[in-house]
Design a binder for this molecule. Structure first.
Ligand code: NAP
Length: 280
């Protein structure tokens, strides 16, 4: 099992990353209850080797980016690859509406740069494809900003293999971020395509937002490894394919440390196969 994934000659990251979405108020809306703790969780991740962090303008909106900016400022010597997103608008708690108007996408890339305190984005993902705007226009504006040096790499989120192929004809696509975890493996075809083309596959909800850790089979297998169910769920993803970069989210530094240790668990093939049966 590879512990790292290489995007290009300057960007090799540890595969076990972190996602900032939990660092917001209820319904991913507004600030988190304890902002100092939010910054500390990210710093803990960075201090223990996490150098791939997923975020989005839509988380808060912007609050998660601001906590990430503070953590990055406090760790100037660590290069962290920041993967952010544009293309999802927010109207309130748990409300998400895709908007892919090119001028809006451009504005949100600029807003990500402000709020993250960066001069370029290492990985800019289109959060959702807007069905009302031609894909060529949505990817086209990101390609323009790549040519301007504001974006290093372009990725997609929640897409089919066909959409991935269509986008690749417009600009190089280095990553795809789709829902995928032990209990929901509906996008195996997208993962297999990513695997075959060395495209990073970033599974969102890697712990099924915490639901997975209550599963009895997972709990039994975890006991064999003296590990927690969350760790085994992450170890399974890491074993499934070397292009998978899990980005578990947490508000807890203790859980963050636990999640990082998942990369050291060597799951047997028999347990890997037994856990496959959890998928609905
Ligand atoms: N592209 C997209 O459309 C999309 C959609 C959703 C999410 N995402 C990304 O995916 C990331 C991960 O998703 P997520 O955070 O919603 O869900 P998740 O990682 O599947 O699960 C997070 C939940 O698991 C709990 N948890 C984490 N580590 C744990 C541990 N070691 N033991 C016990 N509980 C643990 C957390 O609670 P505690 O806080 O108590 O630890 C939290 O409730 C997000 O942060 C975001 O970056 C992307």
């Amino acid at each position: 099992m590879e512990k790292t994934f290489t995007f290009d000659s300057d960007l090799t990251v540890n595969r076990l990353g972190y996602g900032t979405m939990q660092l917001t108020g209820d319904g991913v809306w507004g600030p988190v209850a304890d902002p100092d703790n939010a910054v500390k969780v990210i710093e803990t991740a960075i201090d223990h080797g996490v150098n791939f962090i997923d975020t989005a303008d839509a988380y808060g909106p912007f609050y998660a980016n601001l906590y990430l900016r503070d953590a990055l400022k406090n760790r100037p010597d660590n290069h962290v690859m920041v993967a952010t997103k544009v293309g999802n608008t927010r109207q309130g708690p748990d409300v998400w509406t895709p908007v892919g108007v090119p001028a809006y996408l451009r504005q949100q890339v600029e807003m990500n740069l402000f709020t993250l305190g960066l001069d370029h984005i290492d990985l800019l993902q289109l959060h959702r494809v807007d069905p009302n705007i031609p894909l060529a226009d949505q990817i086209g504006v990101l390609k323009d900003m790549q040519d301007e040096g504001k974006i290093k790499h372009i990725g997609l989120s929640q897409v089919s293999v066909d959409q991935l192929k269509e986008a690749t004809a417009i600009a190089p696509i280095v990553s795809v971020q789709n829902m995928y975890n032990l209990s929901n493996r509906q996008d195996e075809d997208v993962l297999d395509y990513a695997d075959a083309h060395h495209i990073a596959f970033i599974p969102w909800f890697p712990l099924a937002t915490g639901e997975l850790i209550k599963d009895a089979t997972l709990t039994n297998i975890a006991q064999k490894y003296n590990a927690s169910p969350a760790q085994i769920a992450l170890a399974w993803l890491l074993k499934r394919s070397d292009v998978i970069l899990p980005i578990p989210g947490t508000k807890s530094s203790d859980h963050e440390l636990q999640n990082i240790q998942a990369q050291d668990i060597d799951l047997s093939q028999a347990d890997f196969d037994a856990l496959k049966a959890l998928a609905k």
